[in-house]
Design a protein around this ligand. Sequence first.
Ligand SMILES: [Zn+2]
Length: 378
Amino acid sequence: MKYELLKTEGRAKRGRFHTVHGVIETPVFMNVGTVAAIKGAVSTDDLREIKCQVELSNTYHLHVRTGDKLIKELGGLHKFMNWDRPILTDSGGFQVFSLAGIRKIKEEGVTFNSHIDGRKIFMGPEESMQIQSNLGSTIAMAFDECPPALAERKYVEDSVARTTRWLYRCKEEMARLNSLENTINKEQLLFGINQGAVFNDIRIEHAKIISELDLPGYAVGGLAVGESHEQMYDVLDHVVPYLPQNKPTYLMGVGTPANILEAVDRGVDFFDCVYPSRNGRHGHVYTNHGKLNLFNQKFEKDMRPIEEGCGCPTCRSYSRAYVRHLLKAKEMLGMRLCVLHNLYFYNTMMEEIRDALDAGEFAAYKKRKLDSMAQGEN
Ligand SMILES: [Zn+2]
């Protein structure tokens, strides 16, 4: 039994996911370290201090630069970045379809040009599994196509059918790789990904089919790519009930604190998003009373921490005025302090969500948190 469903409140789930790299308490926010580092000079030592449970790395980025073969030779991603807790790697699919140059999609996979040096690369389900196996992550994601948010129905139908065929190939290839003697993590887990853009019937049909594969977890992909928040919530309302309740549900690439609260309410367990680190690098910091822009003149003499009572390394030691000064002076420390605070804010919110679910008070907590964050800057 990998996933324990500890408690429910409406559709919201409080769970515990057991992996070879330790237990993940859910709902959880995974901290995005694209190339095996959180952008903003945040180390794995920092991650331990800011309550990070799962680090997320990008298959595509690590494959095109430094290379998964070298990382395997050096002992795998955990050893390479000195992180012994769970790591999730994405499949590379999203980056291939969004970042890489001219590409050709065929049944076997996708040919594209590296955004680093332009060289031609081929990636299909087997290649993606091989790369993720070389990295030795805890959870590997299936190789899928993420169709554009506004794609036509016919395109989405064909794309989802191919994604399903690719999923069978991913499952088979992972079983083969996990059985090899020199594989770094022989207990690597595969999560399937639901697609279908904003067509609920396509998504539901797809959810039913992939659920039959009995994978350890399932993701809802292809959201937060240009559709409205209401469309995203509508998809979750319709699709999550068709994914196994006794396994983790992962909403990929989402989102704002409000998005996360709404999605937890709809049965989602796992999240990841670049917002806290990206916003932090731009001096935008989250508080329980809304987001602050530390570049704002009004913080020039503000000797309060970013948020009173926050236990993060930044708020324990530094003022808004000092962090603002660092940002204005383009000192790397300014970015780093903002990113640390933002990730701590997200990870702490997830802890509060879990505590509220444990106490059977999630609905009240959600309302209180949303109201408070909507109040605006203080
Ligand atoms: Zn803080």
